[in-house]
Design a protein around this ligand. Structure first.
Ligand code: PEP
Length: 258
């Protein structure tokens, strides 16, 4: 068994306004408490829209909740004339622990390329938060049999310029694009193969303890029905969850299983 604490991260995408988010968190916290969920054994984090982060902070602080939270993306600049952007410091001031970086939907619908993603990772780290770096192949790479090289390449493009101290705070989410929101889930073996390949690349790039510390999450149609077998894999340290994170009962179940 590894010393890494597993993590369940719920990416709400563009769902729930701040009132819905607050109601969800109140019920979720109550359900986890009722089931005696042990936060020391599994970290739980939610990723609402920017507009809900302040409500999240007020609720978590006033009720002393152990649920963490973060943003779904971040600006690469710290301030100024960038209409519509939100800086890492602004996000950190709202009590966020993490920021999702390079989600495939951001790569697809916004101009978030590798250079921008590296800068986001740096901005998140500089503001004292942890980036959850999303990588993963599309069906095209998988059909060609180059999925591992592709995903490891995406990680390597970001990590190669980081210091050991920076890299050790990274969280990687392996999210094959064909598995996101499709109901198609990677086999436990292919999630494990990817997670191990990332760790081997980290081992080759950084000081020994970095590869053992970085958590690798799996994401792509995770539900309470497939989470158990995925988490049994030695290099899979938890989940980044989209659709299933919109349902309190389902998310609670996955937390209990992780
Ligand atoms: C995601 O968008 O990060 C994701 C994994 O979505 P889903 O769980 O719905 O496949």
């Amino acid at each position: 068994a590894s010393s890494r604490i597993p993590m369940v991260a719920g990416n709400w995408k563009m769902n729930f306004d701040h009132l819905e988010a607050t109601a969800f968190v109140q019920r979720f916290a109550r359900d986890l408490r009722a089931r005696r969920f042990d936060f020391a054994k599994c970290e739980v984090a939610l990723f609402p829209s920017f507009t809900s982060l302040r409500s999240m902070q007020v609720l978590v602080e006033s009720d002393n909740l152990k649920i963490r939270y973060g943003a779904q993306t971040v600006s690469v600049t710290s301030q100024g004339a960038f209409t519509g952007d939100v800086s890492a410091d602004m996000i950190a001031r709202l009590g966020c622990s993490y920021v999702i970086v390079g989600h495939s939907e951001r790569r697809k619908y916004h101009p978030e390329d590798d250079a921008n993603i590296v800068d986001q990772v740096r901005a998140v780290l500089a503001a004292g938060m942890q980036p959850i770096l999303c990588v993963g192949e599309s069906l095209e790479e998988r059909r060609k049999g180059i999925e591992l090289d592709f995903a490891v390449g995406q990680v390597h493009d970001v990590t190669r310029d980081l210091s050991d101290a920076e890299a050790t705070r990274l969280i990687i989410a392996y999210e094959p694009v064909w598995a996101i929101g499709t109901g198609l889930v990677a086999t436990p073996q292919s999630a494990q193969d990817a997670a191990r390949a990332f760790r081997e690349d980290l081992r080759a790039t950084f000081d020994g303890q970095v590869a053992g510390t970085v958590r690798v999450l799996y994401g792509g149609s995770v539900t309470s029905r497939n989470a158990i077998e995925l988490i049994e894999e030695p290099d899979v340290d938890g989940f980044l969850i989209g659709g299933a994170a919109l349902h309190v009962d389902e998310l609670t179940k996955i937390c209990m299983e992780t």
